[in-house]
Design a binder for this molecule. Sequence first.
Ligand code: GLY
Length: 319
Amino acid sequence: MRFSRRKFIKSSSIIGSSLLFSRSISSDLFASTSENKPIVVSTWKPNLKSNARAMEVLLEGNSSLDAIEEGIKVTESDPNDNSVGLGGIPDELGIVTLDASIMDWNGNAGSVAFLQNILHPISVARLVMEKTNHVMLVGEGAKKFAIENGFKEENLLTEKSNEAWLKWKSKKQKTENHDTIGMLAIDKMNNMSGGVSTSGMSFKLHGRVGDSPIIGAAMFVDNKIGGAVSTGNGEYVMRTLGSFLIVEKMREGFSPQNACEYAIERLFKSRNDFDGVNVSYLALNKSGEVGAYSLKKGFTYCVTTTEENKSYESDCLMK
Ligand code: GLY
Protein backbone atom coordinates (compact mmCIF):
# COMPACT_ATOMS: atom_id res chain seq x y z
CA MET A 1 0.00 0.00 0.00
CA ARG A 2 1.26 3.42 -0.87
CA PHE A 3 1.43 6.00 1.89
CA SER A 4 -0.03 9.37 1.09
CA ARG A 5 1.87 12.39 2.39
CA ARG A 6 -0.85 13.00 4.94
CA LYS A 7 -0.72 9.41 6.10
CA PHE A 8 3.05 9.59 6.42
CA ILE A 9 2.70 12.53 8.80
CA LYS A 10 0.25 10.58 10.95
CA SER A 11 2.45 7.48 11.06
CA SER A 12 5.60 9.32 12.09
CA SER A 13 6.30 10.89 15.42
CA ILE A 14 7.71 14.40 15.38
CA ILE A 15 10.57 14.54 17.86
CA GLY A 16 12.18 17.88 17.18
CA SER A 17 11.45 21.08 15.41
CA SER A 18 13.04 24.40 14.78
CA LEU A 19 11.42 27.00 12.57
CA LEU A 20 13.56 28.48 9.86
CA PHE A 21 11.29 31.51 9.64
CA SER A 22 8.78 33.27 11.82
CA ARG A 23 5.88 31.97 9.70
CA SER A 24 3.35 29.84 11.53
CA ILE A 25 3.65 26.06 11.35
CA SER A 26 1.77 24.57 8.43
CA SER A 27 -0.91 22.07 9.42
CA ASP A 28 0.33 19.73 6.69
CA LEU A 29 4.07 19.86 6.25
CA PHE A 30 4.06 18.33 2.82
CA ALA A 31 1.11 20.23 1.37
CA SER A 32 3.52 23.13 0.89
CA THR A 33 6.17 20.99 -0.78
CA SER A 34 5.51 21.17 -4.48
CA GLU A 35 7.89 21.01 -7.43
CA ASN A 36 10.49 23.77 -7.43
CA LYS A 37 10.05 24.36 -3.71
CA PRO A 38 13.32 23.27 -2.15
CA ILE A 39 13.44 20.43 0.33
CA VAL A 40 16.25 18.79 2.30
CA VAL A 41 16.17 15.50 4.20
CA SER A 42 18.92 13.90 6.24
CA THR A 43 19.60 11.06 8.63
CA TRP A 44 19.65 11.66 12.40
CA LYS A 45 18.08 14.38 14.52
CA PRO A 46 21.32 16.27 15.37
CA ASN A 47 21.59 17.06 11.65
CA LEU A 48 18.73 19.57 11.84
CA LYS A 49 21.50 22.16 11.92
CA SER A 50 23.03 20.76 8.73
CA ASN A 51 19.63 20.75 7.02
CA ALA A 52 19.09 24.38 8.06
CA ARG A 53 22.40 25.33 6.42
CA ALA A 54 21.54 23.35 3.27
CA MET A 55 18.17 25.09 3.05
CA GLU A 56 19.86 28.50 3.40
CA VAL A 57 22.06 27.60 0.44
CA LEU A 58 19.02 26.52 -1.60
CA LEU A 59 17.05 29.66 -0.76
CA GLU A 60 19.95 31.75 -2.03
CA GLY A 61 19.26 30.09 -5.40
CA ASN A 62 22.22 27.72 -5.36
CA SER A 63 22.16 24.15 -6.61
CA SER A 64 21.22 21.05 -4.63
CA LEU A 65 24.87 19.96 -5.03
CA ASP A 66 26.05 23.11 -3.22
CA ALA A 67 23.42 22.54 -0.53
CA ILE A 68 24.54 18.94 0.03
CA GLU A 69 28.18 19.94 0.32
CA GLU A 70 27.56 22.89 2.64
CA GLY A 71 25.03 21.00 4.76
CA ILE A 72 27.24 17.97 5.27
CA LYS A 73 30.25 20.18 6.05
CA VAL A 74 28.37 21.40 9.15
CA THR A 75 28.29 17.85 10.52
CA GLU A 76 31.87 17.13 9.45
CA SER A 77 33.04 20.21 11.42
CA ASP A 78 31.17 19.28 14.60
CA PRO A 79 33.63 17.79 17.14
CA ASN A 80 30.70 16.45 19.16
CA ASP A 81 29.45 14.25 16.33
CA ASN A 82 31.54 11.13 16.86
CA SER A 83 30.61 9.37 13.63
CA VAL A 84 31.53 11.97 11.01
CA GLY A 85 34.62 14.10 10.26
CA LEU A 86 36.26 15.92 13.20
CA GLY A 87 35.83 13.90 16.38
CA GLY A 88 34.93 10.72 14.48
CA ILE A 89 35.63 7.56 16.49
CA PRO A 90 38.89 6.05 15.20
CA ASP A 91 39.68 2.57 13.96
CA GLU A 92 41.41 -0.21 15.93
CA LEU A 93 44.76 1.62 15.63
CA GLY A 94 43.36 4.92 16.91
CA ILE A 95 43.32 6.46 13.40
CA VAL A 96 40.30 8.39 12.10
CA THR A 97 39.52 7.23 8.55
CA LEU A 98 36.71 8.80 6.57
CA ASP A 99 34.39 7.75 3.73
CA ALA A 100 32.09 10.03 1.69
CA SER A 101 30.20 10.19 -1.58
CA ILE A 102 28.21 12.71 -3.58
CA MET A 103 25.95 12.50 -6.63
CA ASP A 104 24.30 15.17 -8.77
CA TRP A 105 21.18 15.35 -10.95
CA ASN A 106 23.08 14.38 -14.09
CA GLY A 107 24.12 11.02 -12.66
CA ASN A 108 27.65 12.21 -11.95
CA ALA A 109 29.22 10.74 -8.83
CA GLY A 110 32.37 11.07 -6.75
CA SER A 111 33.62 9.40 -3.61
CA VAL A 112 36.53 8.99 -1.25
CA ALA A 113 37.35 6.10 1.06
CA PHE A 114 39.87 5.52 3.86
CA LEU A 115 40.74 9.23 3.75
CA GLN A 116 42.80 10.53 6.68
CA ASN A 117 43.51 13.96 8.16
CA ILE A 118 41.23 15.89 5.80
CA LEU A 119 38.29 17.63 7.48
CA HIS A 120 35.83 17.68 4.58
CA PRO A 121 35.69 14.37 2.70
CA ILE A 122 32.39 15.46 1.11
CA SER A 123 34.22 18.33 -0.64
CA VAL A 124 37.01 16.01 -1.79
CA ALA A 125 34.37 13.60 -3.15
CA ARG A 126 32.83 16.49 -5.08
CA LEU A 127 36.22 17.40 -6.52
CA VAL A 128 36.82 13.78 -7.57
CA MET A 129 33.50 14.00 -9.43
CA GLU A 130 34.18 17.38 -11.01
CA LYS A 131 37.91 17.32 -11.67
CA THR A 132 38.76 13.73 -12.59
CA ASN A 133 37.54 10.99 -14.90
CA HIS A 134 37.18 8.72 -11.88
CA VAL A 135 34.46 8.05 -9.35
CA MET A 136 36.47 6.93 -6.30
CA LEU A 137 39.84 7.75 -4.76
CA VAL A 138 41.10 6.00 -1.64
CA GLY A 139 43.64 6.38 1.15
CA GLU A 140 46.95 8.09 0.38
CA GLY A 141 45.89 8.80 -3.20
CA ALA A 142 42.75 10.56 -2.03
CA LYS A 143 44.78 12.58 0.49
CA LYS A 144 47.39 13.54 -2.12
CA PHE A 145 44.59 14.66 -4.45
CA ALA A 146 42.97 16.69 -1.65
CA ILE A 147 46.23 18.41 -0.71
CA GLU A 148 47.02 19.19 -4.35
CA ASN A 149 43.62 20.86 -4.50
CA GLY A 150 44.21 23.11 -1.50
CA PHE A 151 42.99 21.05 1.46
CA LYS A 152 45.06 21.20 4.64
CA GLU A 153 46.16 18.17 6.63
CA GLU A 154 44.80 18.29 10.17
CA ASN A 155 44.39 16.10 13.19
CA LEU A 156 40.78 14.90 13.42
CA LEU A 157 41.20 12.79 16.57
CA THR A 158 39.72 14.81 19.41
CA GLU A 159 40.61 14.21 23.05
CA LYS A 160 37.17 12.71 23.61
CA SER A 161 37.50 10.25 20.70
CA ASN A 162 41.01 9.32 21.78
CA GLU A 163 39.74 8.62 25.30
CA ALA A 164 36.98 6.42 23.87
CA TRP A 165 39.60 4.53 21.85
CA LEU A 166 41.88 4.04 24.90
CA LYS A 167 38.92 2.74 26.88
CA TRP A 168 37.92 0.38 24.06
CA LYS A 169 41.54 -0.80 23.71
CA SER A 170 41.80 -1.69 27.37
CA LYS A 171 38.50 -3.55 27.47
CA LYS A 172 37.90 -4.40 23.78
CA GLN A 173 34.19 -3.95 24.38
CA LYS A 174 31.82 -4.42 21.49
CA THR A 175 30.38 -1.06 20.54
CA GLU A 176 27.76 0.05 18.06
CA ASN A 177 27.67 3.53 16.74
CA HIS A 178 26.57 4.49 13.27
CA ASP A 179 25.45 8.03 12.89
CA THR A 180 26.48 8.53 9.28
CA ILE A 181 24.98 11.62 7.73
CA GLY A 182 23.11 10.94 4.50
CA MET A 183 21.42 13.93 2.87
CA LEU A 184 19.17 14.47 -0.15
CA ALA A 185 18.09 17.87 -1.51
CA ILE A 186 15.93 19.28 -4.30
CA ASP A 187 16.69 22.83 -5.40
CA LYS A 188 14.57 25.59 -6.96
CA MET A 189 15.46 24.26 -10.41
CA ASN A 190 13.91 20.95 -9.34
CA ASN A 191 17.25 19.14 -9.44
CA MET A 192 18.13 16.53 -6.83
CA SER A 193 21.55 15.73 -5.37
CA GLY A 194 22.67 13.48 -2.53
CA GLY A 195 25.64 12.94 -0.26
CA VAL A 196 26.95 10.82 2.60
CA SER A 197 29.82 11.27 5.04
CA THR A 198 31.07 9.09 7.89
CA SER A 199 33.98 7.92 9.99
CA GLY A 200 32.36 4.50 9.74
CA MET A 201 32.14 1.76 12.30
CA SER A 202 33.85 2.51 15.62
CA PHE A 203 37.18 0.70 16.17
CA LYS A 204 36.87 -1.04 12.80
CA LEU A 205 39.80 -3.00 11.37
CA HIS A 206 42.39 -0.67 9.90
CA GLY A 207 41.59 -0.46 6.19
CA ARG A 208 37.88 -1.21 6.54
CA VAL A 209 35.68 0.75 4.13
CA GLY A 210 31.92 0.87 4.58
CA ASP A 211 28.95 1.51 2.35
CA SER A 212 29.24 5.31 2.32
CA PRO A 213 31.59 5.68 -0.66
CA ILE A 214 29.90 2.92 -2.69
CA ILE A 215 27.52 4.54 -5.15
CA GLY A 216 24.19 2.72 -4.98
CA ALA A 217 24.87 1.32 -1.50
CA ALA A 218 24.67 4.23 0.97
CA MET A 219 23.35 6.74 -1.55
CA PHE A 220 21.81 6.90 -5.00
CA VAL A 221 20.06 9.66 -6.92
CA ASP A 222 18.13 9.52 -10.17
CA ASN A 223 16.82 12.97 -11.01
CA LYS A 224 13.77 11.57 -12.82
CA ILE A 225 12.74 9.45 -9.84
CA GLY A 226 14.28 10.43 -6.50
CA GLY A 227 17.03 9.39 -4.14
CA ALA A 228 17.82 7.29 -1.10
CA VAL A 229 20.46 7.23 1.64
CA SER A 230 21.35 4.76 4.36
CA THR A 231 22.82 4.73 7.83
CA GLY A 232 23.79 1.82 10.02
CA ASN A 233 25.93 -1.23 9.53
CA GLY A 234 27.51 -0.68 6.14
CA GLU A 235 28.36 -4.32 5.49
CA TYR A 236 24.63 -5.13 5.39
CA VAL A 237 23.94 -2.22 3.04
CA MET A 238 26.82 -3.02 0.67
CA ARG A 239 25.68 -6.61 0.19
CA THR A 240 22.26 -5.48 -0.97
CA LEU A 241 22.91 -2.08 -2.65
CA GLY A 242 19.99 -0.75 -0.64
CA SER A 243 19.85 2.81 -1.94
CA PHE A 244 19.89 1.73 -5.57
CA LEU A 245 17.22 -0.84 -4.78
CA ILE A 246 14.98 1.80 -3.20
CA VAL A 247 15.29 4.15 -6.18
CA GLU A 248 14.50 1.28 -8.54
CA LYS A 249 11.40 0.38 -6.50
CA MET A 250 10.31 4.04 -6.67
CA ARG A 251 10.82 3.84 -10.44
CA GLU A 252 8.36 0.93 -10.44
CA GLY A 253 5.83 3.15 -8.66
CA PHE A 254 6.49 2.48 -4.97
CA SER A 255 6.18 5.45 -2.61
CA PRO A 256 9.43 6.36 -0.80
CA GLN A 257 7.96 4.84 2.37
CA ASN A 258 7.05 1.55 0.72
CA ALA A 259 10.38 1.40 -1.11
CA CYS A 260 12.30 1.80 2.18
CA GLU A 261 10.13 -0.90 3.78
CA TYR A 262 10.74 -3.19 0.81
CA ALA A 263 14.53 -2.82 1.13
CA ILE A 264 14.51 -3.50 4.88
CA GLU A 265 12.16 -6.48 4.53
CA ARG A 266 14.33 -7.94 1.77
CA LEU A 267 17.43 -7.53 3.94
CA PHE A 268 15.62 -9.14 6.88
CA LYS A 269 14.65 -12.16 4.78
CA SER A 270 18.14 -12.57 3.38
CA ARG A 271 20.03 -13.18 6.64
CA ASN A 272 19.60 -14.16 10.27
CA ASP A 273 22.58 -12.44 11.93
CA PHE A 274 21.23 -9.12 13.14
CA ASP A 275 22.59 -9.13 16.70
CA GLY A 276 24.01 -5.65 17.37
CA VAL A 277 23.18 -4.61 13.81
CA ASN A 278 20.88 -1.89 12.54
CA VAL A 279 20.25 -0.56 9.05
CA SER A 280 18.04 2.43 8.24
CA TYR A 281 16.97 4.05 4.99
CA LEU A 282 15.63 7.49 4.10
CA ALA A 283 14.17 8.29 0.66
CA LEU A 284 12.81 11.32 -1.16
CA ASN A 285 11.00 11.33 -4.49
CA LYS A 286 10.73 14.15 -7.01
CA SER A 287 7.29 15.13 -5.69
CA GLY A 288 8.83 15.88 -2.31
CA GLU A 289 7.41 12.76 -0.63
CA VAL A 290 9.58 11.32 2.12
CA GLY A 291 9.91 7.76 3.39
CA ALA A 292 11.99 6.23 6.18
CA TYR A 293 12.27 2.75 7.64
CA SER A 294 14.66 0.91 9.89
CA LEU A 295 15.47 -2.66 10.82
CA LYS A 296 15.41 -1.76 14.53
CA LYS A 297 14.13 1.07 16.70
CA GLY A 298 15.87 4.38 17.19
CA PHE A 299 16.42 5.83 13.71
CA THR A 300 15.67 9.53 13.52
CA TYR A 301 15.72 11.78 10.48
CA CYS A 302 15.19 15.42 9.52
CA VAL A 303 12.87 16.98 6.95
CA THR A 304 13.37 20.63 6.04
CA THR A 305 11.05 22.65 3.81
CA THR A 306 10.84 26.40 3.31
CA GLU A 307 8.53 26.53 6.32
CA GLU A 308 9.87 23.98 8.77
CA ASN A 309 12.88 22.07 10.00
CA LYS A 310 11.71 18.98 11.90
CA SER A 311 12.95 15.62 13.02
CA TYR A 312 10.97 12.40 13.17
CA GLU A 313 11.44 8.90 14.51
CA SER A 314 11.17 6.19 11.89
CA ASP A 315 9.09 3.06 12.20
CA CYS A 316 10.99 -0.24 12.22
CA LEU A 317 10.59 -3.91 11.31
CA MET A 318 12.04 -5.73 14.36
CA LYS A 319 9.92 -4.39 17.20
N1 GLY B 1 27.17 3.18 7.31
C1 GLY B 1 28.44 3.60 7.68
C2 GLY B 1 29.42 2.51 7.77
O1 GLY B 1 29.08 1.38 8.06
O2 GLY B 1 30.58 2.77 7.57
